[in-house]
Design a protein around this ligand. Structure first.
Ligand code: NAP
Length: 291
């Protein structure tokens, strides 16, 4: 099968490589052309535009920053929608809101194409290892056709029904994750402010019922001031903003998640958007840890 991949950022780069290593003929495109270099070296072709890429691909995958990027690449000038063949598939794996996804789905089906949203749970390392969790919704035939490729990217995939369900599921998951990170940062800050050793907090948390891979993996690096990016803080802030809007539209009153959204918005305002989202600690615990 001829595959295409647009959006070669932190996630897209290793995901595209996994498709290539899985034996697929692959064409790539990225807004900033330099990001195509490693894929070209690994054997991928490079297209001049998303439209040109979609025109020669059976299925085009996308991994883009946010709703504006997803819309620009799908529906903008030179976008996937201009090139998609009748019956061609577009699988958008970006984290966006359901309305954006529905808009893209409508544009693709209006051209006679097929659309699947497939946002993912898991960060840079699972993307590299092909162990993401894929939250798919939309055209079920396309889901079945894309399954062998999706299985190169993820260890688990769910088909959640109509367009929007994957987007909403992803926002629910990241709302929980953003709230957890906020509580974790506040716990470390309270420990430090009251004379406890934050390293002891990590040990205690890890021994109990709320131990989890995120605290275990990120905690020691956070205490060392290492915020090398895996999941950019700006994207966590985007996801909490979208989840908050989803809650408002659904009439759900979620004050803790709204507070987490406010905290990440403050961290974004502090200029930490390109650091890992665990850099929230710098904003929460500013006097103690900010250099
Ligand atoms: P990233 O490193 O910031 O990459 C974003 C990609 O979007 C880049 O290829 C970028 O191109 C492209 N882009 C941005 N604006 C664009 C525009 N207007 N037109 C065309 N292309 C545009 O982000 P990422 O971490 O890979 O995340 C990608 C998506 O996956 C996001 O929706 C994120 O929320 C989600 N996600 C991320 C993680 C994670 O841990 N990183 C985990 C799960 C889900 P340039 O190279 O030209 O900037």
């Amino acid at each position: 099968m001829k595959l295409g991949f647009v959006g070669l950022g932190i996630m897209g780069q290793p995901m595209a490589l996994n498709l290539l290593r899985g034996g697929h003929e692959l064409t790539v495109w990225n807004r900033t052309a330099a990001a195509c270099g490693p894929l070209r070296e690994a054997g991928a072709a490079v297209a001049p535009s998303p439209a040109a890429l979609a025109a020669i691909s059976d299925i085009t995958f996308a991994m883009l920053a946010d709703p504006a990027a997803a819309l620009a690449v799908a529906c903008g000038p030179g976008g996937v929608g201009e090139g998609l063949r009748a019956g061609g598939g577009y699988v958008d794996m970006s984290t966006v809101d359901a309305a954006t996804s529905a808009q893209i789905a409508a544009a693709m089906t209006a051209r006679g194409g097929r659309f699947l949203e497939a946002p993912v749970s898991g960060s840079r390392q699972p993307a590299e290892q092909g162990t993401l969790v894929i939250l798919a919704a939309g055209d079920e035939d396309l889901y079945d056709e894309a399954a062998p490729a999706l299985d190169l990217l993820g260890k688990k995939r769910l088909y959640l029904g109509g367009v929007g369900n994957g987007a909403r599921m992803k926002l629910v998951v990241n709302m929980v994750m953003g709230g957890m990170m906020t509580a974790f940062c506040e716990g470390l800050t309270l420990a430090r402010a009251t004379g406890l050793a934050p390293a002891d907090v990590l040990e205690v948390l890890d021994a109990g019922a709320i131990a989890n891979p995120m605290f275990r993996g990120k905690g020691p690096r956070m205490l060392a001031g290492d915020y090398a990016v895996a999941f950019p803080l700006k994207h966590m802030s985007k996801d909490l903003r979208l989840a908050r809007a989803l809650a408002t539209a659904a009439g759900a009153d979620l004050p803790a998640s709204a507070a987490a959204d406010d905290s990440f918005a403050r961290a974004l305002g502090d200029g930490d958007g390109d650091l890992d989202f665990s850099a929230l600690l710098r904003t929460v615990d500013r006097p103690a840890v900010r250099p």
